[in-house]
Each structure stands twice: as C-alpha cells, then as structure tokens.
Design a protein around this ligand. Structure first.
Ligand SMILES: [Zn+2]
Length: 705
C-alpha cells in the first residue's frame, strides 16, 4: 500500500459586508460532511482532515461573497434584461484567490452566496438566479460551493481540485449526436470502427479504465430516468462505406466524476483516476498539500544506495513517489532506461526493470504521471526524437508512442519540463543550428499515444560569438501553463525565457525574457507554483542559485540569488517538499566528492537560505537529481569507477538543533548511517529562526496537535 496522504481543509464561509447573504454552514456541519467524502477517498488512501476550532473562518465581505457585479442596469421589469448583460467576475475571483492564498498547504473550501445570469426558458429574458452548485479546477486556488455543497458533490469538486476531469464527453444530448461523434471519430480522425465508442470517452486522455459516458442528457432524450434501472443505450451508426454498427453506451454511473453523481448508491474512483489524483500531489501543482515545509531543524540524512554498470552520463526523473527512472548513456552511444524503487524509509534502493532506448547523442527524461515518462533525445542524425514509456507495477518498462521532428538540432541542447503544463501537455526545448531555441509542445495520452501540438522558435537575445562552452538547457513549469527555459549558450550567455502554451489557440506565447550573467552550466526546478529556481555554475566556477518569480500579474522577475560553494563542476537541482530545493555538486578545493545542500526559497523568491549540508565520500563526474518522496530525493551519479550509483537522501528533523522545539516528521528513521553533514553557523543562530521554521507537516501531523 502506498503512503496515506492527510490533506488539511480550510473552510471559509462568506457573507456580504452587512452580514446578509450568509451561507448556512457551520464548522460542525463541515466536519460531518467530510465523513462520507473520506469514505469515498479511502481507496485512494487520501483523507481530508478538519479541525472545527482552527480551520473554519467566517468573514463579511461583499467583494468576496459575490460571483459578479452587473455592469449595466436592468432594462426590463422585475430586474431583468432583454440581453445577456455585461458582468465583472474577475474582480471577485481575484479577491477570493488572494484570500485562499493565505492558507497554503490546505484545500481551501469557500462557501458563499452563488449566483449566475440565466436566460429564462420561456422568453428572451435574462435574470440573476441562485446557483446551488459547486465549482473547482486543477489549478484553482480554492474550491467553492453554495451552502448545500456536500456528499458526492463535494467529493466530485475535490476530484477536480486534484486534477481529475469529468468522465463524460460534452455536447452530446441524444443518440443522433452520439452517432455523429462516433462517425467523425472513425471517418475523419482515422480510428478503427471497433474503437468508435472511445469518441464518447471524455477522460480518455488520462484514464482508460472509465467507460464511455456522455452525461445524463441522452437518458432524458430517450425518455429514461438517468438513475433508473436501464443503464445502457444503443447507438446505431451508419458509416459512409455503407456498413452499420451498433455501439452500446454503458457509463459507470457510480463514478464520482460522472454527472450521475446525484443517483444513489456507492460512489467510486477508478484505479487510474486514483493514480491521477496522487500524481497531482506527488508530481504536479498540488504537491504543497502533502509536502514538508522549510525548517532550520531539517538535516540531510543519507539513505540507501543502488549500483549499476559503467555509464557515460545520466539523467533521472521520478515516476511516482518511491520510484524513479534513470536514463543512462552507455559508452557505445546506446541509451538505457533503468527503474529503481526506494522504500518508504529511504534505506533501500532496489533495481527493477530496464529497457534499451536506441543510439543517441544526448538525452533528457521527464515524468508524466500515470506511471509514464518521456525521453527527448538528439538522434545520431541530429534530430529531436520524443518517446513515451510506461512502467508496470513490477517495474518493467514498455515503449509507447514516439515521434521525430524535422530540422537539425545542435550539439546537446535539449531538455523538457518536469511536471507538465495543463492536463497531459509537456514541452521540449532544443537549440537549432541557427542558435534559435525551438520549443515544442506535446500531448501524452494515457493510451500511450504522443501528439505533437505546436512548435515555435525564439531568437537568441544576443550576438553569436565563438564557442566557449557546451550549450545547456533546463526547464521547469511555473505560473499558469507556462514554462521557464534557462539557456546557457556556447558563448556562455545565460538567458531565461518565460513562455506559455495557449491551449485554445494552440499557440506558444513568449511572456518575458531575461538576460542574466554569464554561466557555464545550468539546472532548474520549480519549488512553488510561481517560482522557478536555476542552479548555475558561474564563470568563476562557483555554484549560484537564482530564483525567478512569475507573479499573478504576469510579471517575470529575477527575485533573488545566493552564491554557494567554490569550484563546482556538474550540478543539478530538484525540489524538496515545498519552497525548498536540494542542490548537488562537486565539493571543491580540489575534491571531486559529492556535496548536497538543502535550501529554502522564500515564496516571494527574494531570499534563498541555506538550511543543511551533507558532504558525501563519493567521487563523481556527472550528476542528476529528482525528488522521490515527500521528504526524500535521489542523486544519480557517475562514480569514480565510471559506474551508475543511485543514492537516496531524506530530510529529517534534527532534534538537537533547537531542543524541545522539533516535531518528528512522522516515520521513525532507522537503519541509516549517522550523518556527517555540517550546518551553517547562520542557520543555527537562535535569533535567526524565522516564523515558518516550525515543522508543519500536514500529512502526518494531526491538525489538533
Ligand atoms: Zn464537475
């Protein structure tokens, strides 16, 4: 069984300034409503915890309570309009966003007076009506509902919050429309007739184990009760070639993410929906709900080590917590993928399956969720090739879809974002021969298909001098559907591009660019939603961390930085928990030994604080890092014998740092070698302890304690 995640809830009930339009909901009611919700989430090993005394807030604020302000007076009797009136929603949403941001690390549930503008059925009149529903989304800061939001409806909104889509395909109200959709899917999109029903499978991009579903309208159009005994509808389809086929639509009416949620009976998530929700916590935006937070009592402890054969270079990516893949370049140019499992204590690193991935010049690897990952490689013919892979439960690796891009890419410059943008989207960057950076957006679907969405190229913001260093690219997702691309050019110019993918227009949009100081090597990761951190080896061969913040206003700024150790070589950086990163680099002073450092990156990005160090005995020449658990990360290195070595690390509380103040993270750490890490004098100075240094681990700590 995988780890249990306890997610803390913050409930907010909002009334107007004068106390009117108050939702009838109490702390006790919310506590009671979470009981059935937790039963539904139990098979996912996710529990929502709520303390009536501390986790319930009541405020009076009209701007927070209202859904919108109407911007034109009614022109019909009874406060109605003869057209859909102009309204301002954004002001109210932004106000609630700012409120919700005050409670990081919790699911914020806002109960308020919800209204909408509705066209009346019997006439061309629009009026304001009460909206008793709920609403939530995979990147939203809060979920919201009227005072009635409860039961499976609340579970449904929490499913959205944890990045689940609906099971159904929208816009299908009757059998004719369903048949048209299937016909188009087969005849226009080139799918097989036997797969025609997939046209009606709304969440097929992320889950293959929920059946086709078009919501409940089709039941009503057939004169059926959507919750009634009849659970199937026949869809006869006539194809242009004269053939006929009848499909049977039989949705899972017990699925929480369907629109049969109002029907009685047991409600469930499918196993792949569960995986998707856990991925949102482990790999994607929702990680702050389960992550450990910065603390001066953190210390880095070394865990187990896994060994493999001789390699030339290595990159690693987390598959899900407790499992990672290493992509290794063998001496003869072949790429090999090896899967590793790390146990909950971090004390054992076990090798699982592997797969050959062809001959390549350079490569990068990224997790995708749903037990999938992607490799992006430079082929021997200097083309960009992207391949999807799936890891089975036993750790075996299977090759899925693959695509090659036209155009020559130069040298070794290729990378991709770690956590995906939007739903199943990810991106690659590669440096073209003309020095432009080519960005490609891809979609990975749960059935293993790979779709190239769009390509664009950015001009380099500098002139092209002679070659001085190997080009480097590093990317991390930041802000909303955007990516920070850190690029060190041959000339050692170091630039950061912020660009986004507009899914509606299928367009890449450059949002900002910064020209930074010269550098030789760069790694990047995202420790919080609005932050991208780059670890660079600067021209003086010292480690430098730079935080880049992408504000809600869309502004992009270099917010802070700090110089680290001298004389570093290969470096990498990965997120640990929330608002923290770990870096790995060569120790310096003539030593090739590995050193890992834990840093806090403040939410504003303006400060980077060194929290803990660990100096290891391993000599190494190449390094890649990834987070592997709530409080763990791994380094994959090429050791002094030229072999692959995967080392597990965990961040643990140091009881001696501030006696009497440390709270254990949860698990008891046993069977680990005693640490030899040293700590920075500044971080142990009692007066320097920041307000947030108290260990606040939402997952294992009962909110009462
Ligand atoms: Zn929904």
């Amino acid at each position: 069984m995988e780890s249990k995640y306890r997610i803390r809830v913050q409930a907010i009930a909002i009334a107007d300034d004068n106390g009117s339009h108050a939702p009838d909901v109490s702390a006790g009611a919310i506590k009671a409503r979470l009981l059935p919700v937790n039963e539904i989430f139990a098979p996912a090993n996710i529990e929502f915890v709520f303390n009536e005394q501390t986790d319930f807030l009541k405020i009076n604020s009209t701007v927070h309570n209202r859904d919108f302000t109407v911007l034109e007076p009614p022109n019909l009797e009874g406060g109605k309009w003869d057209h859909n009136p102009k309204i301002d929603k954004v002001t109210h949403q932004q106000a609630r966003n700012e409120l919700a941001k005050q409670f990081p690390g919790r699911v914020v549930m806002i109960f308020h007076h919800r209204e909408e503008i509705k066209k009346e059925d019997d006439a061309s009149r629009w009026s304001i009506v009460f909206n008793d529903g709920g609403s939530s989304g995979g990147t939203d800061f809060y979920l919201e509902g009227s005072e009635d939001l409860a039961g499976v409806h609340l579970a449904h909104e929490l499913g959205h919050y944890l990045q689940l889509p609906h099971t159904f395909e929208g816009g299908v109200a009757n059998v004719d429309q369903a048949a048209t959709k299937i016909r188009k899917y087969v005849e226009d999109d080139g799918h097989k007739k036997e797969d025609g029903l997939d046209a009606l499978d709304g969440d097929r991009a992320i889950a293959l184990d929920t059946p086709a579903d078009v919501a409940s309208g089709i039941w009503e159009s057939e004169g059926l009760n959507k919750c009634g005994r009849v659970g199937k509808i026949s869809i006869p389809v006539e194809f242009n070639d004269g053939s006929e086929r009848t499909y049977t639509l039989q949705p899972d009416r017990s699925n929480v993410m369907s629109y049969f949620k109002g029907c009685s009976g047991e409600k469930t998530f499918s196993p792949q929906q569960v995986r998707r929700m856990r991925d949102s916590l482990e790999l994607r935006l929702r990680h702050q709900l389960i992550s450990i937070k910065p603390s001066f009592s953190h210390r880095i402890q070394r865990g187990g080590t896994g060994l493999a054969g001789a390699i030339e270079s290595v990159a690693c990516a987390v598959i899900r917590f407790g499992r990672l893949t290493t992509a290794v370049h063998l001496g003869d140019g072949r790429l090999k993928l090896i899967v590793w499992d790390i146990n909950e204590a971090g004390s054992e690193v076990a090798r699982r399956g592997d797969a050959a991935a062809g001959t390549v010049k350079d490569f990068s690897v990224s997790s995708l969720g749903q037990n999938m990952f992607a490799t992006a490689v430079t082929t021997p013919a200097d083309r960009l090739k992207v391949t999807l892979w799936r890891v089975d439960e036993n750790g075996d690796v299977t090759r899925l879809g693959s695509q090659q891009r036209p155009g020559t890419i130069r040298n070794t410059a290729i990378s991709m974002i770690k956590y995906g943008i939007g739903a199943g989207f990810f991106a690659t960057a590669s440096q073209r021969v003309d020095h432009r950076i080519a960005l490609d957006v891809w979609e990975a679907r749960a059935d293993g298909s790979l779709i190239h969405k769009v390509s664009d190229a950015c001009e380099p913001p500098f002139s092209i001098p002679a070659s001085a260093t190997a080009p480097q690219l590093a990317m991390s997702a930041v802000g909303f559907e955007s990516v920070a691309c850190h690029h060190v050019h041959e000339s050692m110019h170091y630039t950061t591009l912020l660009w986004g993918y507009n899914q509606g227009d299928n367009r890449i949009v450059e949002k900002a660019r910064l020209v930074n100081a010269f550098a030789k090597v760069v790694g990047s990761c995202s420790p919080a939603r609005e932050l991208s951190v780059a670890a660079v080896r600067d021209v003086n061969d010292t480690l430098k961390l730079l935080a880049f913040r992408c504000g809600a206003d869309g502004k992009w700024m270099e917010a802070g930085g700090i110089a680290g150790d001298a004389e570093i070589a290969n470096i990498d950086v990965c997120p640990v928990g929330t608002e923290m990163v770990a870096t790995g680099h060569r120790r310096g002073e003539g030593s090739n030994r590995l050193k890992v450092i834990l840093w806090q990156v403040t939410k504003s990005g303006s400060n980077i604080i060194r929290l803990a160090d660990f100096a290891a005995e391993e000599e190494f020449s190449l390094l890649s890092m990834c987070q592997t658990n709530r409080s763990q990360f791994a380094t994959a290195i090429r050791d002094s014998a030229g072999k692959l070595r995967v080392i597990a690390w965990r961040v643990v509380p140091d009881a001696t740092a501030f006696p009497g103040t440390s709270v254990p993270i949860g698990d008891i750490v046993a069977d680990l070698p005693s640490p030899v890490g040293r700590r920075e004098p500044a971080s142990t100075a009692p007066g320097a302890r920041p307000a947030n240094s108290e260990l606040d681990d939402n997952c294992d700590t009962d909110p009462d304690s």
